[in-house]
Design a protein around this ligand. Structure first.
Ligand SMILES: [Zn+2]
Length: 313
């Protein structure tokens, strides 16, 4: 048996005892090596023997081991915040990528209501293939971390059960509340570059990439929400802008034509929404929150301020 095979088995055993014993993977590998290569013991026997040794050492029963015991914590994707934890998850396969190494059978993205996380399934694990779009209960997966990003590994002790229900996948949305304290330039009725895959906002009829072009009208608001402690930049697309201001793209174009000036649209919008309070939810993009959903609030969002107001009435 090759060293890399032994290493994989040694790492799996090491992971099984990661909570209980401070094992050295090298030691585990050496023990396996002796049994398999010197004494010609079958790998499964060798594993059982080595595991038994460590069970004794830890004063544990076999059913306390991560390994089909069903004793793991059921976690959600956003709960994964440390490596080498044995956990159970209910997830949907969001995406499958091409494995770059022979040791990997499948690699991709799993998701639940709280977000998405990368997964790796080892070739040696001999597990069924996961299918994109299907939901599964996964028991006994191990968490891992690389450069601050977490993932889960499916190994030979993992069990996979397809679910009848569909686990919905969330998109890491955030929720911000605050007063709309600024509407930035490039808001209101804008023109975008019509070149394929460009969509840059034109400045004085020019695209920074394609020069002078016949732009296409669009509605957008780049706003700043202030909750009293920090400010968040929010982008409202055409649909969100229409919902926010009640002004449609057609109406905006009409307003601009009547005034022979597109800036009247942003002015009108500013009058209606500036200084008002909003709750906005949506995914983040760089420093921006992209508004998926917004709600006008009746007053300040700071609970203390609301209290003070209530007392003074
Ligand atoms: Zn362009």
């Amino acid at each position: 048996m090759s060293d890399s095979d032994l290493r994989t088995h040694a790492e799996e055993i090491h992971e099984q005892f990661s909570d209980q014993l401070d094992l050295d993977v090298e030691d585990v590998q050496e023990r396996l090596d002796t049994l398999v290569n010197e004494y010609k013991v079958p790998m499964s026997e060798a594993r059982r023997s080595v595991v038994n040794t460590y069970l004794d050492e830890a004063g544990m029963d076999r059913d306390q081991l991560g390994g089909g015991s069903g004793g793991n914590e059921q976690v959600q994707v956003s709960d994964v915040d440390s490596p080498e934890e044995w956990v159970d998850m209910r997830v949907t396969v969001v995406d499958l990528w091409d494995p770059r190494a022979d040791a990997v059978a499948q690699v991709g993205l799993l998701g639940d209501e709280t977000g998405t996380i990368k997964f790796t399934k080892w070739s040696k694990s001999d597990l069924q293939d996961l299918e994109e779009g299907k939901s599964y209960s996964l028991r006994n997966v191990v968490t891992d971390e690389y450069q601050g990003r977490f993932s889960v590994k499916l190994n030979r002790t993992t069990t996979i059960e397809e679910l009848d229900e569909e686990i919905e996948v969330g998109d890491d949305s955030v929720e911000v509340e605050g007063a709309l304290v600024d509407i930035q330039s490039g808001s209101g009725l804008i023109k975008r570059c019509p070149e394929e895959d460009c969509t840059r906002v034109l400045q004085n009829g020019r695209c920074s990439e394609h020069g002078e072009v016949e732009g296409e009208f669009d509605l957008r608001i780049k706003g700043v929400l202030d909750d009293g402690e920090e400010v968040t930049e929010v982008i409202f697309d055409e649909e969100a802008t229409e919902e926010l201001t009640g002004i449609t793209l057609a109406e905006a174009k009409e307003m601009a034509m009547d005034a022979l000036d597109t800036t009247v649209v942003a002015d009108e919008m500013r009058e209606d929404i500036l200084g008002r309070y909003y709750r906005v939810t949506g995914p983040t993009f760089g420093r921006y929150v992209l508004a998926d959903d917004q709600e006008r609030l009746t007053g300040p969002v700071d609970a203390d301020e609301v209290l003070i107001k209530a007392r003074s009435i």
